[in-house]
Design a protein around this ligand. Structure first.
Ligand SMILES: [Zn+2]
Ligand SMILES: [Zn+2]
Length: 447
């Protein structure tokens, strides 16, 4: 048995994304903010009365990501209309009346949250990632500054609502500590028609085994665009792994009675790896419903299958990006998500260590794994997903929600469809019968 100390430092390169960097205009080219709209006489300025965020935990640095943003009527700087939506073709916000486009701003660059993870020390969080205060309502009331009416925004599904009296759109852009306004948003890039096409192809391929009722009821046009809440995390960590590895030295055959038996000789080594790990843009789900993946009730885990997202192209948050889409607000805080981040970092560490272990051709077993997170940076984001859902009621009375999800940036598609068990059983029975016939034939021939 050999005993070597082969500790050394590896520095894995930051996670590479398979997307070309997008060119974004710099801050000075952004249209200047519109002058404050003249409020009609007697109108009260829009205000949502909410408690302020709890003080950040000691040692945590908060980067403000909603400075200058306003709640209420978000007007077009050119014509004053509030019909502003995402133009999927350009990634910018466009006025529905005068076609004026506001250039989207890269969020990580604007807020200087894109620094090298190797420089990270301590905990940095975007202000939109601050702890959720349980007393903050999910349904907030805003006063429409155009007509004075009170408009309710249900932050569970959107941060926008239309005033039912004057038809203007009211937006919530200031971060209140209820998780609804994130630090940044990655706008949809894939048009709905393309997503519908992908879902149709996905289901068509599985039509052979799909439940007939599903085949009849399926209509990909019911697809919805949803922004799902994530935390984008940068990590600077020191990793220490130790265990034992085996290296094969000889292989030969020996005779055991009438049989030839293959034998292997191997040396056993104590193996240790200590290295710095820098992770750029790790994405962690920040909805407790999705973290708790109960596959018996739904198939949320398919969202993981349509990763990754080019989160580095996220833009500064504006509720107008949500117009025409739905959203799900974040309900998990950094301290709850920390263990998930550590577990994923450990997976990445083990994966990178493998690159240095070729010598141990019979494998390495880690007995001790330590990860010391030196620096971490948390930025909350909405990521775009086209979602088709189908609620299957089973004869047993239980129900199961099937999803087909399409990455709103890359078009990556994954999902599940209800299976026709009778058909599947028939086919597997046929296969079984054929196997039995084959066995009988073999027995007959041998006999
Ligand atoms: Zn306009
Ligand atoms: Zn109004």
């Amino acid at each position: 048995m050999g005993d070597v100390d082969d500790s050394h430092r590896v520095q894995p390169s930051p996670q590479a994304w398979p997307y070309p960097p997008q060119a974004w205009l710099q801050a000075q080219q952004y249209p200047p903010p519109a002058p404050p709209a003249a409020a009609p006489p007697g109108a009260v300025p829009p205000a949502a009365v909410v408690p302020s965020a709890a003080a950040p935990p000691a040692g945590q640095r908060v980067v403000q990501t909603d400075a200058g943003s306003k709640d209420g009527l978000a007007k077009c700087p050119r014509c004053g209309a509030t019909e502003i939506r995402l133009n999927i073709a350009t990634g910018n916000l466009r006025c529905g009346f005068c076609r004026f486009e506001q250039q989207s701003l890269n969020a990580l660059q604007t807020y200087h949250l894109d620094g090298d993870p190797s420089d990270l020390v301590g905990t940095v969080v975007g202000s939109g990632s601050s702890d959720i205060v349980p007393s903050v309502a999910e349904v907030l009331t805003f006063k429409c500054s155009a007509c004075g009416a009170e408009v309710v925004i249900d932050t569970n599904s959107s941060t926008q609502a239309r005033c039912h009296w004057c038809r203007n759109t009211l937006s919530m852009n200031q971060q209140v500590p209820n998780g609804a306004v994130p630090d940044m948003i990655l706008p949809f890039k894939l048009p709905k028609e393309t997503a519908v096409g992908s879902i149709n192809r996905f289901v068509k391929k599985r039509r052979g085994f799909a439940h007939p009722r599903f085949t009849k009821e399926f209509s990909a046009d019911n697809v919805m665009g949803v922004y799902l809440p994530y935390m984008v995390v940068d990590v600077n960590a020191q990793v220490s792994l130790s265990g034992q590895g085996e290296h094969q030295t000889r292989s030969y055959t020996v005779k055991e009675g009438d049989n030839a038996v293959r034998r292997y000789d191997a040396d056993l080594y104590n193996v240790g790896r200590n290295f710095d790990l820098y992770i750029d843009d790790l994405t962690v789900e920040s909805s407790s419903e999705r973290l708790d993946q109960n596959v018996m009730v739904n198939s949320n885990n398919i969202i993981n299958a349509i990763m990754p997202f080019d989160v580095q192209n996220s833009v500064c948050y504006d509720s107008n990006y949500l117009a025409g889409f739905s959203s799900e607000k974040r309900d998990s805080n950094v301290d709850v998500l920390s263990p998930v981040m550590v577990a994923q970092s450990q997976d990445i560490a083990r994966y990178h260590a493998n690159d240095t272990l070729q010598f141990y051709d019979r494998g390495v077993r880690w007995d001790n794994e330590q990860i010391n997170v030196v620096g971490q940076r948390w930025v909350s984001a909405y990521l775009p997903v086209w979602l088709y859902s189908y609620h299957q009621r089973k004869s047993s009375g239980s129900s199961f929600v099937h999803y087909v999800a399409v990455n709103g940036r890359t078009g990556e598609t994954m999902g599940s469809v209800p299976i026709n068990h009778v058909k599947l059983l028939l086919v597997s029975s046929v296969v079984e019968v054929l196997a039995i016939i084959a066995l009988l034939l073999v027995l007959l021939v041998v006999g």
